[in-house]
Design a protein around this ligand. Structure first.
Ligand SMILES: [Mg+2]
Length: 245
């Protein structure tokens, strides 16, 4: 029989990041950055251009939020800056086209994602928690074919401790009974652990520099796995250790 303490620790709800956790995303930004650098190669070195672009993106995050539309505006702003205001309108048109193309890129789910979500959907409440442009994230979820596995979808402007407390209270049994899984230590793992949840890090080879922070290796509820297919074994391990402690 389960003790009261065990029930109090039971994990009922799992939050999943979307971009570069369930499907490829960052590769489309890198591809567009390369194209952007080619468009402006007559004016500026690639490395310098991308530094300026990153500065613009950081500056604009508070106003535009995360996603492709903000990225496109930051590219235009950078093009104006590096050309001293002389960038031809034809080139601005090409930057806009590159941004629009990103909004229709095909969805490529990562290995093990479908099978793992299918296996867990009946046993846990699964919640998709993602930043980014609303229309774009809705489109990607619809095209991924993964929508039916989720009890709820939350497209948020930022991922912080209160975000996870609010979402896991609304869709689960509170943050202490929840786990967040994602490829960003800064957005998915650290604030979820601060909220009282488990934070599971699945590194992706391409992760935006703004999403990098130190791994919270000392936190008892921090775990790292190689891919999503390792999640069911981790969940068994956690529930078994809860039973014996
Ligand atoms: Mg991500």
């Amino acid at each position: 029989m389960l003790s009261m303490a065990t029930q109090q620790n039971a994990l009922t709800t799992i939050g999943f990041d979307a971009d570069d956790t369930l499907w490829q995303n960052e590769q489309f930004f890198r591809m567009t950055e390369r194209h952007f650098a080619e468009l402006l190669s007559a004016h500026v070195e690639k490395e310098h251009l991308l530094e300026r672009l990153l500065e613009a993106e950081r500056r604009n995050l508070g106003a535009y939020g995360f996603g492709i539309k903000g990225f496109t505006l930051s590219m235009i702003e950078t093009a104006i800056d590096v050309t001293g205001g002389t960038v031809p309108s034809e080139l601005i048109g090409k930057i806009l086209a590159a941004g629009r193309e990103m909004l229709s890129h095909p969805i490529e789910t990562l290995p093990h994602v479908h099978d793992t979500l299918e296996a867990l959907a009946g046993r846990y409440r699964l919640v998709l928690i993602t930043k980014g442009d609303l229309f774009d994230q809705e489109r990607k979820l619809a095209q991924s074919g993964l929508g039916d596995f989720f009890h709820a979808v939350e497209i948020v402007s930022d991922k912080s401790r209160p975000t996870y407390q609010r979402i896991f209270a609304r869709h689960g049994d509170g943050a202490e009974h929840a786990m967040m899984v994602g490829n960003s230590l800064k957005s998915d793992v650290v604030p979820a652990i601060e909220a009282g949840s488990w934070g599971v890090f699945i590194p992706h080879e391409l992760t935006w520099v703004i999403e990098h922070v130190e791994a919270p290796t000392a936190a008892p509820r921090f775990r790292e796995i190689g891919h999503l297919g390792e999640l069911p074994a981790l969940l068994s391990e956690i529930s078994n250790s809860g039973r014996t402690s």
